[in-house]
Design a protein around this ligand. Structure first.
Ligand code: PGA
Length: 233
């Protein structure tokens, strides 16, 4: 069983055609497929996904349950909108919104408290990798970002330089980082890889030791590409 997470980011492909192709690709498997559209598409996605085995997730949540936080959405609101998962700590939010690991941890804890499974993203920059700091950077992110008192979450290792760039980490870099992450966790939790996963490299990535699934951005926007990634394992 593998996890396949579609992170649509700030894109909104048509739902019915995508869901039909992806539901067909999942048919007869026990893979966990999660669609993470923008907040505005959650309600429609929840309706279109009804009766399929595809789960719904969001791309972020606020750490507080409610209050004066203009433009934000709480974990509890996501739960009530049909979500089972939420991505937290994506590098685009860490970089573009200056989110710290402490904030990521607070969001992950809010998600757990609302009955959502957080997908907690970690990953190093190219400069950090070139300086030989990749393992240390990810260790620190894990130490500071993971929720306490819960083991109901997933980790996504996404090297920042591989996201949206067409570059992927080498198979041996992915395998050694996943083994590093698994060794630093108390419990055997799913660890996913993300960063330019495509139909033509998914099989090789999913075959690596310690890779429990993939978090897919641009190649998840087209139903046939995402279906091909599911079919690759
Ligand atoms: P990408 O994005 O597949 O387009 O590289 C992955 C992600 O950001 O989750």
């Amino acid at each position: 069983m593998f996890y396949f997470i579609a992170n649509w980011k700030m894109n909104a492909p048509a739902l019915p055609a995508w869901v039909k192709l992806v539901a067909e690709a999942r048919y007869g498997t026990d893979h966990e497929i999660v669609l993470c559209p923008a907040f505005t598409q959650l309600a429609a996605a929840n309706m279109v996904l009804a009766g399929t085995e595809i789960a719904l997730g969001a791309q972020d949540c606020h750490a507080m349950p409610e209050g004066a936080y203009t433009g934000d959405v709480s974990a509890d609101m996501l739960k009530r909108s049909g979500c089972s998962y939420v991505i937290v700590g994506h590098s685009e939010r860490r970089e573009q919104h200056q989110e710290t690991s402490a904030q990521v941890k607070a969001k992950a804890q809010a998600a757990v408290a609302s009955g959502l499974q957080p997908i907690i993203c970690v990953g190093e920059s190219l400069a950090q990798r070139e300086a030989g700091q990749a393992l240390a950077v990810v260790s620190q992110q894990l130490a500071e970002s993971l929720p306490e008192g819960s083991d109901d979450y997933l980790i996504a290792y996404e090297p920042i330089w591989a996201i949206g760039s067409g570059l992927t980490a080498t198979p041996s870099d992915i395998a050694s980082m996943h083994s590093h992450i698994k060794k630093s966790l108390d419990k055997p939790l799913p660890v996913l890889y993300g960063g330019s996963v495509k139909p033509n490299n998914a099989a090789e990535i999913l075959a690596l030791d310690g890779v429990d699934g993939v978090l897919v951005g641009s190649a998840s926007l087209k139903g046939d590409d995402f279906a091909a990634i599911i079919g690759a394992c």
